[in-house]
Design a protein around this ligand. Sequence first.
Ligand code: FMN
Length: 318
Amino acid sequence: MKWHTRLTELLQIEYPIIQGGLAYLAYSDLAAAVSNAGGFGQITAMSLPDANALRHEIRRTRKLTDKPFGINFAIGMHRGDIEERLRIALEEKVSAVSLTGGNPAPFMPLLQSANLPTLVLVSSRTQAQKAEQLGASAVIVVGHEGGGHLGRDEVGTMVLVPQVVDAVRIPVVASGGISDGRGWMASHALGAEGIAMGTRFIATQECIFASPSYKNALVKASSSDTVVIKRSIGFPARVLRSPLIDKIMELERETNDREALMPYISGEANKRWIYDGIQEEGFGWAGQAVGLIQDIPKVSELIQRMVREAEDLRNKWT
Ligand SMILES: Cc1cc2nc3c(=O)[nH]c(=O)nc-3n(C[C@H](O)[C@H](O)[C@H](O)COP(=O)(O)O)c2cc1C
């Protein structure tokens, strides 16, 4: 009850803390750890090889936790079987889904007919209003500080969240640059009813697929070590800087040809570093929050630390 918001009610969780979708990284172990710690873990559906793998991950998560968890769908990554994967999420009775990276309209009727809480990621006030009109249960607002794919408007979380809060009636979740109890409480001060974190959850023990090299680089990095790539092809995304990233940026200054960039920005290149630990041959998404990350704790330790920080702040205010 202490941390009660409309989001905790919607998702039936103790703390209004969501683990954002993390392509190739967020599967059963991480999702279950976040849910067991009182937050809301999510499996990232579209980076799994196929629909059966999603069913397997859902069932595995259920063995690891009896708490609610959800499935994240990057609907821009169209592989033709999004609907099949959504149906699996429904059949397996997950607690919620989140949709990102595309127009949610084609998928909303199916989700609404099943009465499944649906969170839509947005990066502008207009997108948030559209999501509300389409029947989203809540919006996750992603500011420009965030890791991975971003909106094209380049507006930071601090400025974006209150505008969205003023523009919609459904609960707003703040995301982008949040990694501790201070960011969490600041988000509530802006009118959000919860937070979603991506980068912070990679640097945890239970993010088992992230290579030590990637995790250690997140701990070592300062906020100025991230840059935005893929602007030239209209899909801006924040990444940890490296010599290879500098080369990509140079290439982007010369061309906006997707094919020319593809060998450097493909999922395979992503996995070269985040799975295999070979930074010279790949890349890893990360947000500016890296400047605030100093350790690789267990998820439960991270969330309990955030709760203590948040309680301290609340006590200072009252
Ligand atoms: C490595 C990485 C992969 C991501 N993959 C996804 C994804 O598949 N789906 C999604 O909705 N968001 C994805 N995101 C975005 C996060 O869910 C979240 O919105 C973002 O990380 C928030 O900013 P933060 O990194 O500052 O916490 C990804 C972020 C990172 C860092």
